[in-house]
Design a protein around this ligand. Sequence first.
Ligand SMILES: Nc1ncnc2c1ncn2[C@@H]1O[C@H](COP(=O)(O)OP(=O)(O)OP(=O)(O)O)[C@@H](O)[C@H]1O
Length: 335
Amino acid sequence: MITGTGVTKTYKQRGDVLGGRTVQALRGVDFTVRKGGAVSFIGESGCGKTTLGRIIAGLETYDSGEIVINGVPMSALRPRRRQPYFRRIQLIHQDPYSALNPTRTIHQTLRAPLTLRARQTRRSDAWVDDRAEELLSLVGIDPGYVLGRYPHQLSGGMRQRVVIARALTVDPEMLVADESVSMIDVSMRLSVLALLKDLRERLGVSLVFITHDIATARYVGEDGELYVLYRGQVVERGGTEQVISAPEHPYTQSLLSAIPVLHGLEQPGPERVVPTEALDERHPDAGCLFARRCPFRTERCEAERPALRRGADASHERACFHAQRRSVIPVEAVA
Ligand SMILES: Nc1ncnc2c1ncn2[C@@H]1O[C@H](COP(=O)(O)OP(=O)(O)OP(=O)(O)O)[C@@H](O)[C@H]1O
């Protein structure tokens, strides 16, 4: 299990040669991923989801906040002592072209981490090769066909499966799949998603899924939790089905609504939300980060930042002074 409390991350703005300009990628994010659970982080480009995924996988530092893995606060450990904890959390690279070393056969690619694992767990050399075959079968490819080949001799789908098999060499507790950087095509994406779901069921690994696509989050984590990120802040979270079927934050509503119509409401709907406004971080908002794009904003929204609060349903939280159920026509209704 991993929890994050108040995780913040600020980058120097890219291309800002004089320095001083910063981007707040994460502004105090709290999250929990339970053992065997599935959590999806969704939001539009730049909301901080890739940064969060990399922090969870131990590949990115954070400025403040705390990450606790299996009860151990990472702040209490020196960076080197944190490695064994983060090693059990594996980021699945979604670009199978660059994720594998082109000069190594698949056998060599799997053998290196498995040899290390064998030493750690006092297993024999014979185990290394058996395990390589076992992992390839687990991800649905024929070991006899791929072991002696190089990445360029395999299809993209096979390469992606090898990447997942390699992540499994360390017996991970958690897989973090960042689809927002995905280079794979649609049919391959679907089979990879199905495989990740299957691995979660069969191995009991937890799954963190990073995407901008609600339908994907729903497919992968239907029994899990959904976090909606907006400009580095969690604006809504709860059970995936709960959030999707009864979104209460106007931003989530806008992500979900395919047709710019709201039924039975006098108020303007989230269809008025400006889809991509250039946001100027030099004039930070005192109030709600979504206020400038929100059709329901009031003076209070511009002056005060809403925190995540529970609504009528105890397992569902949203950061909005005007949170309420509003009916939206779901994306799949018009797909
Ligand atoms: N290494 C970096 N240096 C400077 N700024 C960065 C860096 N990495 C991310 N950022 C900025 O931090 C913000 C969050 O980026 P992040 O990649 O986490 O968002 P994202 O939601 O995953 O977006 P996308 O879906 O486009 O990958 C963005 O404004 C981005 O430009």
